[in-house]
Design a protein around this ligand. Structure first.
Ligand SMILES: Nc1ncnc2c1ncn2[C@@H]1O[C@H](COP(=O)(O)OP(=O)(O)OP(=O)(O)O)[C@@H](O)[C@H]1O
Ligand SMILES: [Mg+2]
Length: 404
């Protein structure tokens, strides 16, 4: 603990006995303190206001104003100035009262051992210094806190700015990306569309050659023409698929309440009419509805049901089920079959264009149907996934909006 330098300390001694004042002054000045004097309570108060001492030695028994009253006034004037009561043994009760009123210490008169005075003065000054330091520390702390708070506000404002910039950049990128996507879509659309006419010509002329020039060709030549015809047919379905895919990505989504069960039943009925020999048992949960674009949902379901229909072709007692279940408050629609199924190891390929998990010799197809299905579901803000096991059928699940 560093003690207070006496030279810088001004002590006021208030006592009506000049002898005591003198003793104190001599003693304290010897210790290098600056000493000023108050001859009585009233005078002491005047000097106090004028000189603002660092410490007061206060007698309790004085004429005019009583020491306790002086103490109260001093406290009022400067609550943090240390006051030591100098009291006669007869007024010890007053000394205790003075301590309660805020005096810092007391010493008894007559002060036979001035070492007691010195000890009390040093003790009180040390305490005052500690209090002062503590106050300064508190102030500094508050200053630091408000500085930090300001820095934090500043940092927050910067983060907000950065976020805004980021949002603006994301928005800009999204606009650019949407434009690029649109361009790509219309390019894909135009290309597939424009490919149709020359393909039709190839197809037609091949047919004419087959119809009118067969006798001029040997059997090998005729076989090649058959291959040509099949190739152009395959290309035609590829173009069809591409056009459907790109149509599914274009245009607005017209959301409305759609009777999905009805669409499923219509598709299955149409398929049965086209292939009456297929003996398929189907179960469609009635009255399933959802908010979606009816045209796109129809295309999507045509693909899912088309697959279920196709991949149950080799299965005895084929079943196709359509329904909905609830999970975490969300509608999960499903199309389930008991057909050929597929190996879940390749599930990642399922929704990619032109990726197939079956050979064309087993099941015909171009591998674009599920890409279209996924595109439509995503445009509705939904999800699609599948579960399957080879020879045990496949179930395709989809949602229409990511509510949860
Ligand atoms: N219900 C299903 N059961 C078993 N495998 C399926 C089923 N649905 C899809 N698949 C597998 O996923 C692949 C991709 O399906 P997708 O519908 O995209 O193509 P595709 O049916 O082969 O051809 P298309 O473009 O004519 O629809 C299929 O080739 C098939 O291997
Ligand atoms: Mg398909």
């Amino acid at each position: 603990m560093t003690s207070v330098e006496p030279k810088s300390v001004k002590i006021l001694t208030i006592d009506d006995e000049p002898g005591i004042r003198e003793t104190f002054r001599d003693f304290l000045e010897d210790l290098d303190y600056e000493v000023i004097e108050g001859e009585n309570g009233r005078h002491g108060l005047e000097i106090f206001k004028k000189e603002l001492p660092d410490l007061v030695l206060l007698d309790l028994r004085m004429p005019e104003i009583d020491g306790l009253e002086v103490l109260a006034k001093l406290k009022e004037e400067s609550p943090n100035t240390p006051i030591i009561i100098v009291s006669g043994t007869g007024v010890i009760g007053d000394a205790i009262r003075a301590l309660n009123l805020g005096a810092w210490d007391y010493i008894l008169k007559p002060v036979v051992d001035l070492g007691v005075l010195r000890h009390s003065v040093e003790k009180v000054l040390d305490r005052a210094r500690l209090i002062q330091e503590n106050l300064a520390y508190q102030e500094n702390l508050e200053e630091q806190v408000s500085k930090r708070t300001a820095q934090l506000h500043q940092a927050n404002a910067e983060i907000n700015d950065l976020n805004k910039q980021l949002e603006a950049r994301v928005a800009q990128r999204t606009i650019e990306l949407t434009a690029a996507n649109k361009e790509l879509e219309s390019f894909a659309y135009t290309v597939s569309h424009d490919l149709r006419a020359p393909l039709r010509a190839i197809n037609n002329f091949t047919k004419i050659i087959i119809d009118e020039y067969t006798d001029k060709l040997d059997s090998e030549g005729q076989l090649y023409l058959q291959y040509l015809l099949e190739g152009s047919k395959e290309m035609n379905s590829l173009i069809d698929g591409l056009l459907t895919l790109s149509r599914s990505s274009r245009g607005e989504i017209n959301s409305e309440d759609v009777d999905i069960s009805k669409i499923v039943v219509d598709i299955l009925k149409a398929k049965t009419t086209l292939e009456p020999t297929r003996n398929i048992i189907y179960t469609v949960m009635p009255d399933i509805s959802g908010r979606c674009d009816s045209r796109l949902i129809k295309t999507m379901l045509e693909n899912l049901i088309g697959n279920a229909w196709k991949y149950t072709r080799e299965t005895a007692n084929s079943h196709i089920d359509f329904g909905v279940k609830q999970e975490n408050g969300q509608d999960i629609y499903f199309v389930k079959d008991n057909g050929a199924g597929f190996d879940m190891a390749y599930v990642d390929k399922l929704f990619k264009p032109f990726q197939r998990l079956h050979q064309v010799t087993e099941f015909e197809g171009t591998g674009i149907g599920l890409a279209t299905v996924q595109r439509i579901i995503h445009r509705h803000g939904g999800k699609i996934w599948a579960e399957s096991e080879v020879d045990k059928g496949a179930t395709f699940y989809f949602t229409l909006a990511t509510d949860s």
